[in-house]
Ligand binder design. Structure first.
Ligand code: ADP
Ligand code: MG
Length: 567
């Protein structure tokens, strides 16, 4: 038997799990069942695409999850007949934080046990959540198509053990020895049924709960009169405890918010209800179903290059992939959910996907659906403010990436403004402007306060012209000029734009410049190399001077920074 150390971060996480103050411990069942369902998804796919795997499986193989419990032993066992894990998989999947959604959680951890326990509630942290209730866990697994099984054991401290073992069929058994104080609650038929019904009702596979039941014989009236005692027998029960139908295939009218939300939680690692749910069934040339969710809080990994895509692709209920980043455009990478197509081939590869007409149609229609939903949300100002707080940046990315939907996206973005307290939209900006104005004026920088007090705003204020205050410098600076125009109005940076409504002929301009020539020269001498020029301007009305940036200054560096920020 070989001993292995957990990766340091896993160690920290487990430490927190075992001593968790978090009250919502029941979610460990949701996380383990969701893993079981993923594992069956994967084998299901192989069965249809890989001849060797198909040959190795029993003809009547059908994915299912089994749960058993033992009150005396204080244990709970979750069994699936999915793809299973070999030695390397076990080390990589449940010894490190390589790919799991747990990663974001660990990054957000503060080290303060109380705060971090609250974080668990926001994230849901996959397999490791089992250690909230377990004093010891065995994972016995055999990978489909391989001969040896492996047993992984740990009590959630610094290390785990790994050894070969005998296991008949492929799949995974997770044996959970419950902590004394948790045993009564979770080694219980009613409690397990209740938790599965709450979180896993609509995973696509049946979940069976096995338990023993004492059955009392019913006596005939005569026997009862004769004072005969009823015989008691113990019978094995194997009860299906979920609906086992893919939620997205149900008609909208039959689904309640709670069901949609529970399904969201089962696929997203998020314990908070989503901000919006978009369920669509398309019939006609292409037949498909989509179910999209907008998380209440933007995913933690959204601005990292290695973010995990949130949308899974199915073909006729068969899981195909969850690692394809192009199912939706990248600016919508915060959207979670599923796409299930009736028309794509089951053996669809990445290459095929990327140039497939069916997929392209689904993608295009999906974007429209999501943007429409966002537009609907924008009608409720208070609700929309919450959306903007999380996703304004994504909309800005979209407005420059997605040419087809540029206009719609520009209208959805919200901007701080020199005039209004609340954020404004381009539509409102245009409507409020007077008839002579022909451009959208903005100023960019890092600090809202500095921008609001910029001397450059003076001339605009004096002329009652609204200026957009863009303080997400990292992306605003580069992206804003790239929007082009919104309904023929170009975006103009007031640091380089001519001040509005200043009537001045070339001659007048020259006259002023000559008048101030001596002083500008002098200032230039004093400032030396730290400036590239000193000029007279008509942009200021109260302040005597201001600093502006050189056009084209350090553009490339900013571009690189922005690309990084956009993941
Ligand atoms: P996630 O499900 O987000 O990847 P988890 O912590 O829940 O994160 O699981 C980590 C990984 O462990 C999974 O990605 C999977 O590779 C593996 N795994 C967990 N449970 C099972 C299982 N029952 N069968 C096969 N693989 C599993
Ligand atoms: Mg999981």
């Amino acid at each position: 038997m070989a001993k292995h150390q957990f990766q340091t971060e896993v160690g920290q996480l487990l430490q927190l799990m075992t001593h968790s103050l978090y009250s919502n411990k029941e979610i460990f069942i949701r996380e383990l069942v969701s893993n079981a369902s993923d594992a069956i998804d994967k084998l299901n796919y192989l069965k249809l695409t890989d001849e060797t795997i198909k040959a190795a499986l029993p003809q009547d193989w059908a994915g299912q999850v089994n749960i058993t419990f033992d009150e005396e032993d204080k244990s709970l066992t979750i069994i699936d007949n999915g793809i299973g894990m070999n030695e390397d998989d076990l080390i990589a999947s449940i010894g490190t934080i390589a790919k799991s959604g747990t990663k974001s959680f660990v990054e957000a951890m503060t080290g303060d046990a109380k705060k971090d326990s609250n974080l668990i509630g926001q994230f849901g942290v996959g397999f490791y959540s089992v250690f909230m209730v377990a004093s010891h866990v065995d994972v016995i697994s055999k990978k489909a198509g391989e001969d040896t099984g492996y047993k992984w054991s740990s009590d959630g401290t610094g290390e785990f053990e790994l050894a070969p073992c005998i296991k008949e069929s492929s799949g995974t058994v997770i044996y959970i020895k419950l902590k004394d104080e948790e045993a009564e609650e979770f080694a219980s038929k009613e409690r397990i049924k209740n938790i599965v019904g709450k979180y896993s009702n609509h995973i696509a596979y049946p979940i069976f709960l096995s338990y023993k039941e004492e059955v009392t014989e019913t006596l005939s009236e005569e026997d009862e009169k004769a004072g005969k005692e009823a015989k008691k027998t113990i019978e094995d029960r194997n009860e299906k405890i979920n609906e086992a139908t893919a939620l997205w295939m149900q008609p909208k009218s039959k689904l309640k918010d709670e069901e949609y939300n529970a399904f969201y939680k089962s696929i997203s690692h998020d314990s908070t209800d989503p901000m919006a749910t978009i369920h669509t069934k398309a019939e006609g040339v292409n037949e498909y179903t989509t179910l999209f969710y907008i998380p209440a809080v933007a995913p933690m990994d959204m601005y990292r290059a290695d973010y995990e895509p949130g949308v899974k692709l199915y073909v006729k209920r068969v899981f195909i992939t969850d690692s394809e980043k192009e199912l939706l455009p990248t600016y919508l990478r915060f959207v979670k959910g599923i796409i299930d197509s009736e028309d794509l081939p089951l053996n669809v590869s990445r290459e095929i996907l990327q140039e497939n007409r069916v997929m392209a149609n689904i993608k295009q229609a999906s974007v429209k659906k999501v943007l429409n939903e966002i537009k609907k949300m924008s009608k409720d100002e208070e609700k929309y403010a919450l959306f903007i707080e999380q996703y304004n940046r994504a909309l800005k990315e979209g407005a420059y990436q997605d040419f087809t939907n540029k206009e719609a996206l520009l209208e959805l973005i919200r901007f701080k403004s020199s005039k209004a307290e609340k954020m404004t939209s381009l539509k409102a900006y245009k409507e409020a402007a007077d008839s002579e104005q022909k451009a959208i004026y903005y100023i960019v920088g890092e600090n809202e306060n500095v921008l609001r007090n910029s001397p450059l705003l003076e001339a605009y204020k004096k002329n009652d012209i609204e200026v957009l205050i863009l303080d997400d410098k990292e992306i605003d600076e580069i992206i804003t000029p790239m929007y082009g125009a919104y309904q023929e109005w170009e975006f103009k940076d007031i640091t380089s734009a001519e001040a509005p409504k200043v009537e001045q002929t070339e001659e007048e301009k020259k006259e002023v410049e000559e008048k101030f020539e001596d002083i500008t020269k002098k200032i230039k001498e004093i400032l030396g190399e730290s400036v590239s020029d000193v000029r007279v301007t008509n942009r200021l009305s109260e302040s005597p001077s201001c600093v502006v940036k050189d056009a084209g200054d350090a553009q490339m560096a900013q571009m690189a920074q922005m690309m990084k920020a956009m993941g």
